[in-house]
Design a protein around this ligand. Structure first.
Ligand code: COS
Length: 385
């Protein structure tokens, strides 16, 4: 794919940063289930946490393709670091940019774009996953505050995020309004009644902290309501349209790292007197891995261009996320197979890549939800890219 000069520079910057400051530590962070927050600060200094934010709000004002190229490069080094970057850039900052007031942008978007504050997104609850509009966290107006009560789950970066975009019900329990009874709130961790709960012990993405959050009568100033009351679900869905592009880039990065490792290994590893890449069984795997990654990336970049033209990406974003995540799972499975026994142990990176790939088929909408969204969009219109 042809890259503009700026896109090529961003790719180089992200690759160099990932090679020097992330890749050497990824296995250890995974083993220790620990993410050093200094890495997020460093990403902020380099501009990786404000890539899509206009310069007037202290971001880099780049196009979506540049952002996704950088995200892929970072994901290839460490998918846990990439998910922080994806969530921050695609969800809370985009929600503030698109729906926040000038005062909210000044107070939160600017420091987030500079990387001084890390953002998180909180929609899911223990009993509201795919059926997101069934969420129950309740916000009740009390004077100049909203009082929030409830439990949110699966919050990426939730143990250290400074700003969390929380979706909660603002309709009355006896007059439920479905998805129109949900509003978005800008929550900061210093608010009274904010508690970080259990940190999940996950299969993959182990360095990325995923936590429950509990709000125990948490008082949120009225000034922290984002946009209009009752619009929170639509804001969240529109933001997930962006988020799914980020997860697709993350999945492609994981898959590319698995292919690169497999190419090296197949050249070195000898069986039956020759490098295993000389066997057709291995060649066919490598060829299919490369072809599937190229197809997923091409669709993603075409969707990024569509977004930058101001068009809806609901259809092709869900297609990109579906294709990229299933590619990542398939490619990493092949990689483990190529490595054989060595693929099943932690001495080589493919074991971690395999574990990390799985969640891309689950979070920000499972593959099943993507298929629902795709089918609906296809019924509504037959638009092509
Ligand atoms: N862009 C803009 N608006 C959207 C939208 C989108 N992509 N998707 C839905 N909406 C709007 C609808 O237009 C509708 O608005 P109106 O009430 O004004 O008509 C409203 O949101 C409700 O939409 P819908 O009726 O489609 O809601 P459903 O409850 O049927 O939910 C799915 C739709 C299943 C697609 C949604 O719940 C979903 O994406 N679930 C997965 C959630 C998810 O990704 N969770 C991961 C969180 S991050 S770990």
């Amino acid at each position: 794919m042809h890259l503009t000069e700026t896109q090529a520079e961003i790719k180089e910057l992200a690759r160099n940063f990932a090679a020097a400051e992330i890749a050497p530590h990824a296995a250890q962070w995974d083993r220790e289930a620990h993410f050093p927050i200094e890495v997020a600060r460093r990403m902020g200094e380099l501009g990786f946490l404000g890539m899509l934010i206009p310069e007037e709000y202290d971001g880099l004002g780049l196009d979506t393709t540049s952002y996704l190229i950088a995200l892929e490069a970072i994901a290839a080094a460490d998918a846990s670091t990439a998910v922080l970057m994806s969530v921050h850039n695609s969800l809370p900052t985009q929600m503030l940019l698109n729906f926040g007031s000038e005062a909210q942008k000044e107070r939160w978007l600017k420091p987030m774009a500079r990387g001084e504050m890390v953002g998180a997104f909180s929609l899911s609850e223990p009993e509201a996953g795919s059926d997101a509009s069934a969420l129950r966290c309740q916000a009740v107006r009390d004077g100049g505050d909203w009082v929030l009560t409830g439990t949110k789950s699966w919050v990426t970066s939730g143990s250290f995020a400074d700003v969390i975009m929380v979706m909660a019900r603002t309709d009355a329990p006896d007059a439920r309004r479905g998805s129109r009874g949900i509003s978005a709130f800008i929550v900061t961790r210093d608010l009274p009644g904010f508690h970080v709960g259990t940190k999940e012990d996950k299969m993959g993405l182990r360095a990325s902290p995923t936590v429950q959050l509990t709000f125990d009568g948490m008082r949120v100033p009225a000034a922290n309501l984002l946009g209009e009351e009752g619009q929170g679900f639509v804001y969240a869905m529109r933001s997930l349209d962006n988020g799914r592009l980020g997860i697709a880039a993350q999945a492609i990065g994981i898959a590319q790292a698995a292919l690169d490792a497999s190419l090296d290994y197949a050249a070195e590893r000898k069986q039956f007197g020759r490098p295993i890449r000389e066997f057709e069984a291995i060649q066919f795997k490598l060829a299919d891995m490369g072809a599937r990654i190229a197809a997923a990336r091409a669709l993603l970049h075409a969707t990024a261009a569509q977004k930058d033209r101001g068009e809806s990406t609901t259809l092709h974003g869900s297609m990109s996320k579906l294709l990229a995540s299933e590619t990542a799972m398939w490619v990493t499975t092949q990689a483990v197979q190529i490595f054989g026994g060595y693929g099943y142990v932690k001495d080589y990176p493919v074991e971690r890549l395999f574990r990390d790939a799985k969640v891309t088929e689950i979070y920000e909408g499972t593959s099943e939800i993507q298929r629902i969204v795709i089918a609906r969009e296809l019924y509504n219109s037959h638009h092509s890219i």
